[in-house]
Design a protein around this ligand. Structure first.
Ligand code: GDP
Length: 363
């Protein structure tokens, strides 16, 4: 599951992507990650894992990671094949969600392709390209369904749903905001539309704007739009993020404290991206390794065990689980056991974010 970073030229995408690669996780530890210069692998900040590590002093601490793809070159007319338009749209199609970087800073030294800073206009330009590409997809889907309906009347409903969606898109709206019932939404989800992908707006501010983003007029415009769409907006200062990402953890902490910011914009963006993908982490602890493992929300214990090793899933007996807060309240695992806070969970247990787990299994 990758997130595509999109936005007009000169809005700060590459700078943000550099921050991601600077902060990058050792991809050697993550064999499932793509090796590609346009893909950045980054650790998901997790204070629980840090605390667990401080408790166990393991030889190795391994965070969860996510992948970001730098999708440069999306310009006006991309859906009509302008620039390398179609290639970029295809790259977005492979992503599970979108980070839309929006320029919220003025700088006469950095040319704005549209001549001035105007976040809503810029968002509109990118949106329209994605929507136009979707209209083409939907038209093809309607054609196919119409043909199929000649033999099987059940396809008539599909024709109806996608025709309504086409009209909605043609009015300049994203598929994301198309209102329909659950079943129709599932049907539409089979079409892999670009404007259906979940989105986070990364408002790229200058340093002053970042420090006081709530009062920044550009930020407010993006925040209002995001609120109307039910999307999120995360303030970042790409330039600053790129600098922060090069610091050692201790230096980074001090630097953020000096700035009076509890968390870097990039860290916030990474955590929000993880949640946007519907991902949560469970933790394993020990003297060799403390580790955060990625699962989708709703995963049951045996499948979570399978993330560690297929044998764990096949031979699953039970999971010994403790909530992170219970463990920290007790101080040590043995104290938590004495208090009966380590639960024994079976095959039907649905994993929770931050569960600390020991799997019992037959080999
Ligand atoms: P991209 O075309 O969207 O990838 O944009 P770049 O990341 O290459 O950034 C374009 C220019 O804007 C570069 O010269 C950056 O240094 C500059 N830039 C990026 N972020 C900021 C920012 O937060 N403030 C200011 N003033 N300049 C920025």
């Amino acid at each position: 599951m990758k997130l595509g970073i999109v936005g007009l030229p000169n809005v700060g995408k590459s700078t943000l992507f550099n921050a991601i690669t600077n902060a990058g996780a050792e991809s050697a530890n993550y064999p499932f990650c793509t090796i590609d210069p346009n893909v950045g692998v980054v650790a998901v900040p997790d204070a629980r894992l840090d605390k667990l590590s401080a408790m166990y002093h393991p030889k190795k601490t391994t965070p969860a990671v996510i992948e970001f793809v730098d999708i440069a070159g999306l310009v006006k007319g991309a859906s009509k094949g302008e620039g390398l338009g179609n290639k970029f749209l295809a790259n977005i199609r492979e992503c599970s969600a979108i980070i839309h970087v929006v320029r919220c800073f003025d700088d006469e030294n950095v040319i704005h392709v549209e001549g001035s800073t105007d976040p809503l206009r810029d968002i509109g330009i990118i949106d329209i390209e994605l929507i136009l590409a979707d209209v083409e997809m939907v038209e093809r889907r309607i054609d196919k369904a119409q043909k199929a309906a000649k033999g099987d009347k059940r396809y008539l409903h599909e024709v109806e749903v996608f025709s309504a969606l086409r009209d909605w898109l043609n009015d300049g709206n994203s598929a994301r905001s198309f209102a329909c019932g659950e079943e129709d939404a599932e049907l539409i989800a089979t079409s892999e539309l670009l404007s259906l992908k979940p989105i986070i707006y990364a408002a790229n501010l200058d340093e002053d704007g970042f420090a006081d983003h709530q009062n920044n007029p550009y930020y407010q415009l993006v925040a209002d739009l995001a609120a109307r769409e039910g999307a999120q907006v995360i303030p970042v200062c790409a330039k600053l993020e790129a600098e922060i990402a090069e610091l050692e953890p201790e230096e980074k902490k001090e630097f953020l404290e000096e700035l009076g910011i509890p968390e870097s914009g990039l860290d916030r963006l990474i955590r929000a991206s993880y949640a946007l993908l519907g991902l949560i982490s469970f933790l394993t602890s020990g003297e060799d390794e403390c580790r955060a493992w990625t699962i989708t929300r709703g995963t049951k214990a045996p499948q979570a065990a399978g993330k560690i090793h297929t044998d764990f899933e096949r031979g699953f007996i039970r999971a010994e689980v403790i909530a992170f807060d219970d463990l920290t309240a007790c101080g040590t695992m043995s104290a938590a056991k004495e208090k009966g806070l380590v639960r024994s969970e079976g095959k039907e247990y649905v994993m929770k974010d931050g569960d600390i787990v020991l799997f019992r299994f037959n080999v």
